[in-house]
Design a protein around this ligand. Structure first.
Ligand code: ZN
Ligand code: ZN
Length: 422
C-alpha cells in the first residue's frame, strides 16, 4: 500500500510533464489573449461553500466530495470544481466593485470520489474560465469561443458543441410545473432515481442516463419552447454570435443544469472517438450563483475543461506532443582531480542558458561517455590532464563523432555555434 498511489490518483512523471507544460501554456496564452487573468484559489474550502455553490442535490455534493474535519473541528472539502471558489474569492476581495466584467481563469487539480475509469480520476485537473458582472449574450459567445480556440490550438478541430438555454427562474419555474404535470401520468415507467426526483427536480429526468426514461417521456414539452421573451432573445443573440464566427452547434434540449442559479446559456463540448466519456468540458451562465454564495446579485458565466480527457483526445489524434528536452552538453571529467574545473565550466554553460550536466556517481571515463549518450547530450566536453594543464577543452559532437579542441576562453562561443549548426 505504501508503494502505490491512492486509487484514482496518478503521478505525472518527468517523461510526461513536458506534455502538461505544453497544454497548460496553450491554455494560459489563449486565456490571456481573451483578456482573462489567472486566479489561484485554495485546494480546500469550507464545505458549506460547495453545498451552496455547487448544490446539495447534485451528485458532486451528495456523493463525491472529499470532506474532512480539521483539528479544530471545521468541516473542510477538497475542491470538486473551481467556480464556487472563484465566486467566493470575488466576494471576499470585493472584486465586483472594480472594473466589470471580472475575467478569471484557473488551472489545477480537483477532487471527486468517483469510480475511476479511462480519463476519469479522483484527483483530476481542470482548466476553467469565469466572467462575472455582465449579462451580455456576446460574453456568452466569447466564453464559448475561448474554449473552442483552446481546442483548435491543440489541433482538436473535430468537436460537437451542444447548446441550450435553461431560461431564468421565472420562465423555468413555470416550465418545471408543466414538465411535472406532463411526467406524472408516466411516472411508473421512470427509473427509481427519476421517480424520486421528478417532483423536486423534473429537469434531471431530461438528462437521465437511462434510455427508458427518455422513452417514457417522449413528446415532452421542451424548455426552448417555453422561454420568456428576454431569455429567448438572449439565446438568439448567443446563437447569432456563434454563427457569425462560423461556429456550428447542436441545439440540445436535454442539456439542462438542474439548479436555480443556472440561467440561460448551457453548453457542453464532446470530442468523438475518446470513448463513452466524450464530454471534455462544458459550462454556462450562473446569474444566481454569486448571490447564492453570499454576495451581491451579479451575473456570471464560465466553463471548465478536463485536462486528462483533452490529453487523451490529443494523443488519440496522433498529435505529437513535445517530449522531454534533450541535454545540450555533458562535461566528462577524466579524473576526479579535475572535478572542480568541470564544475566551473558546467556553471558557466548554465549561466549562458545552455542545458548542461556532469557525472556525480564516480563513473569511469568510458561509462561517462555512455551516460552522456543515454541522456541525449549533443556535445561532450572532455576534461583531462592535457586539457587542464594547457588551458583548452576537447569538444566532441555526439552525432557526427567529430572531435576538436578550443581554448577555454573560446569555449562558450564554440559550444553555442556547434549547438546552432547541428
Ligand atoms: Zn426567462
Ligand atoms: Zn431516469
Amino acid at each position: 500500500m505504501l508503494t502505490k498511489a491512492p486509487r484514482g490518483t496518478y503521478d505525472i512523471l518527468p517523461g510526461d510533464s513536458s506534455k502538461w507544460h505544453y497544454i497548460e501554456s496553450i491554455m494560459k496564452e489563449t486565456a490571456e489573449v481573451y483578456g482573462y487573468r489567472e486566479i489561484r484559489v485554495p485546494i480546500f474550502e469550507h464545505t458549506e461553500l460547495f453545498q451552496r455553490g455547487v448544490g446539495e442535490t447534485t451528485d458532486i455534493v451528495s456523493k463525491e466530495m472529499y470532506t474532512f474535519n480539521d483539528k479544530s473541528g471545521r468541516s473542510l472539502t477538497l475542491r470538486p470544481e473551481g467556480t464556487a471558489s472563484c465566486a467566493r474569492a470575488l466576494i471576499e476581495h470585493s472584486s465586483y466593485a472594480g472594473l466589470l466584467p471580472v475575467k478569471w481563469y484557473y488551472i489545477g487539480p480537483m477532487f471527486r470520489y468517483d469510480r475511476p475509469q479511462t480519463g476519469r480520476y479522483r484527483q483530476f485537473h481542470q482548466f476553467g474560465a469565469e466572467a462575472f458582472g455582465s449579462n451580455n449574450p456576446y460574453l456568452d459567445g466569447e466564453v464559448i469561443m475561448l474554449l473552442l480556440e483552446v481546442l483548435a490550438r491543440l489541433g482538436l478541430e473535430e468537436y460537437e458543441l451542444h447548446l441550450n438555454s435553461v431560461g431564468c427562474p421565472q420562465c423555468r419555474g413555470q416550465y418545471r410545473q408543466r414538465l411535472i404535470d406532463f411526467i406524472r401520468p408516466y411516472q411508473d415507467n421512470l427509473c427509481p432515481d427519476c421517480q424520486a426526483r421528478y417532483i423536486n427536480n423534473p429537469l434531471r429526468v431530461l438528462d437521465c442516463k437511462n434510455e427508458t426514461c427518455h422513452q417514457a417521456i417522449e413528446g415532452y414539452p421542451t424548455l426552448a419552447a417555453n422561454l420568456c421573451e428576454n431569455c429567448l432573445n438572449h439565446y438568439d443573440q448567443v446563437k447569432g454570435a456563434l454563427a457569425q464566427q462560423g461556429i456550428t452547434f447542436i441545439h440540445d434540449d436535454k442539456l439542462v443544469r438542474g439548479l436555480d442559479y443556472y440561467t440561460n446559456t448551457a453548453f457542453e463540448i464532446h470530442i468523438p472517438g475518446i470513448g463513452a466519456q466524450s464530454a471534455v468540458g462544458g459550462g454556462g451562465r450562473y446569474n444566481g450563483l454569486v448571490e447564492q454564495c453570499g454576495g451581491p446579485d451579479l451575473p456570471g458565466i464560465g466553463f471548465a475543461l478536463g485536462i486528462e480527457r483533452l490529453l487523451l483526445a490529443v494523443e488519440q489524434r496522433g498529435e505529437k506532443l513535445p517530449s522531454p528536452p534533450e541535454m545540450d552538453v555533458f562535461i566528462a571529467v577524466m579524473d576526479s582531480a579535475y572535478e572542480a574545473q568541470g564544475m566551473k565550466i558546467l556553471q558557466m554553460l548554465r549561466g549562458a542558458g545552455i542545458k548542461a550536466e556532469k557525472d556525480y556517481n564516480n563513473r569511469k571515463a568510458r561509462a561517462q561517455m555512455k551516460f552522456a549518450d543515454k541522456i541525449g547530450a549533443r556535445l561532450v566536453i572532455l576534461l583531462g590532464e592535457e586539457e587542464v594543464e594547457k588551458g583548452f577543452i576537447t569538444l566532441r559532437n555526439m552525432r557526427t563523432k567529430e572531435q576538436f579542441q578550443v581554448a577555454e576562453s573560446d569555449m562558450l562561443r564554440a559550444v553555442s555555434r556547434t549547438l546552432l549548426i547541428d
